[in-house]
Each structure stands twice: as C-alpha cells, then as structure tokens.
Ligand binder design. Structure first.
Ligand SMILES: Cc1cc2nc3c(=O)[nH]c(=O)nc-3n(C[C@H](O)[C@H](O)[C@H](O)COP(=O)(O)OP(=O)(O)OC[C@H]3O[C@@H](n4cnc5c(N)ncnc54)[C@H](O)[C@@H]3O)c2cc1C
Length: 241
C-alpha cells in the first residue's frame, strides 16, 4: 500500500490591508490571503520574516477573524519585551507591506458549527485570539450552540475586544462570559470558582473545551478543568509560550 505524502503548505506573500491598535500592547493586522479554502475557527498561520542576509525568523499567530470573513485574516500581535518578530510588527510593519505566510495550520485546535457543543473557551491574555474566531463564527453560523468564555487578563484595558465580548454576552442567547482580572478590582487569577462559574453558564458539561494562553496558564487551567470534572477527551490546548 502506498502512503499519501503529507500536503506541504506553500509560503505565499500576504499584504497587510489594515493595522489597528487593540490594546496598548496588542495590534491587529489584517492580511489579504488567497487561500482556496477558508480556515476553521481556532487555526493559526505560520509567518516568516527574512533578513537581507538570509536569516529567517518563523512564528505562529492565531487567526482571530472567523472563516465567514472571506479573503482576509486578522492576526493580533502582542508586543513581547525584546521580541524579535512582535517588535517588527509594532515598530515597522505598515499597510501595504507583503509578509510571507503559510496556512492555515493547527487543525486539532479548531471548531466549526458542525462540531456542535456545549463549548467551554478559556483564554489568557492574547490567548483569547483564536477563541474570538470561534465566538465570531458561532454568532455568524451557529448561534444555537452554547458557549462560555472564561477570559483572563491583567486589566480591562489589556483584555482583547472586551467591549465586543461583553456586548455578545448581553445580546447573544447561549453565550456567557466570566472575566477575571489579575491586577485590577478584586485582582484574582482564574481559580476553581471562576471555572465553576463558566461551567454554570453551559446547559450541560462541555463536549469540547479549548484552552489557550501561555504554557503556565494552559497547564494551570487544564488541571482546574479536570478537577471540575471536564472529560479529558474534551480538552484541547494551544500554548503561545
Ligand atoms: C500556535 C501558536 C499561536 C500563537 N498565536 C499568537 C497570537 O495570536 N498572538 C501573539 O501575540 N502571539 C502568538 N503566539 C506566540 C508567537 O508565535 C511568538 O512567540 C510571540 O509573538 C513572540 O515572538 P517574538 O519574536 O516577538 O519574541 P522572541 O524574540 O521569540 O522572544 C520572546 C520572549 O523571549 C525572550 N527571549 C528571547 N530569547 C531569549 C533568550 N535567549 N533568553 C531569555 N529570554 C529570551 C524575549 O525577550 C521575549 O520576551 C502563538 C504561538 C503559537 C505556537
């Protein structure tokens, strides 16, 4: 029996068509992409910057826009202290620039309406980016699927698209938000009580739970979810660290 070789995605130049500040340290870049198939919510792209001497830096960025936004994808780039690629984006990248991308990648960390729910989303900092794509896709194509988001950020100003998330929680039946700020108000990291509050927003235990953020955040939250009785097979994780 002959095996089908894995499909290798080709690098292609994608032009930046919009740039917008989302928070003081996160910027949104909209890229025009000529993909034959749209991505699935939650997937990412691989990006390559090549210097004149041939040195290349590769990084992954989650797609924050839903598949229904055809022809373009939004990446939310958080500025990392002394970060090579994120600094380039914050200090130099402009509308009109062409950047090498390949994707979409990361099928295991993706959700589509036919996957159903209930779905628990747990995001820390810029780890909310791929979860935004899922929430936006739910609103566009599957508003009956129950979803809850446990969103952790340091301050309100640093939480990604908090206005949008709060408006969705207010206006969209079947979507609920639990926000935990670690450096403002009660200054609490997400804990057992936050997980319980998010689970209580769902009509049944989650069939899928998507966790995204730094390695430490994902590890801590995975343990809390399993402690709360979420089925291990439901849990999918993406680490930005
Ligand atoms: C699947 C996936 C999706 C992702 N999605 C996103 C996203 O949507 N948004 C996002 O902002 N990021 C995302 N990331 C993270 C992203 O890929 C980069 O890691 C991030 O932008 C930092 O890259 P950088 O080049 O700016 O920093 P780097 O140059 O890689 O540095 C990162 C940090 O490490 C420190 N550092 C570097 N070298 C050393 C060293 N030798 N010793 C000690 N410290 C060092 C730097 O000071 C900096 O603070 C994702 C990662 C993965 C794997």
């Amino acid at each position: 029996m002959t095996e089908t070789p894995p499909v290798r995605l080709a690098w292609a130049e994608a032009r930046i068509v919009e740039r917008e500040a989302v928070t003081p340290t996160v910027a949104r870049f909209r890229f025009a992409v000529g993909w034959a198939q749209p991505h699935r919510a939650g997937q990412s792209v691989e990006l390559r910057l090549t210097a004149p001497d041939g040195y290349a830096a590769h990084r992954f960025y989650s797609i924050a826009s839903p598949p229904s936004q055809r022809g373009t994808v939004d990446l939310l780039v958080a500025l990392a202290a002394d970060g090579e690629v994120s600094r380039f984006f914050h200090e130099a990248a402009e509308v009109g620039d062409a950047i090498e991308l390949r994707g979409p990648v990361g099928l295991p960390f993706s959700w589509a309406p036919e996957d159903g729910g209930p779905v628990l989303l747990v995001g820390g900092g810029s780890g909310v980016a791929p979860l935004l794509a899922m929430l936006r896709e739910r609103a566009a194509a599957a508003p009956a699927v129950p979803m809850a988001l446990l969103c952790a950020a340091r301050t309100r100003a640093e939480a990604l698209y908090l206005d949008e998330l709060e408006a969705r929680a207010r206006d969209e039946a079947g979507f609920g938000l639990v926000l935990r700020l670690s450096r403002e108000g009660e200054a609490r990291r997400p804990d057992r009580a936050a997980v319980a509050a998010a689970l209580a927003l769902l009509p049944a235990p989650p069939a899928r739970a998507y966790l995204c953020g730094s390695s430490g955040f994902v590890e801590a939250m995975t343990a809390l979810l399993l402690d709360a009785g979420v089925a291990p097979r439901a849990v999918r994780t993406e680490r930005f660290g």
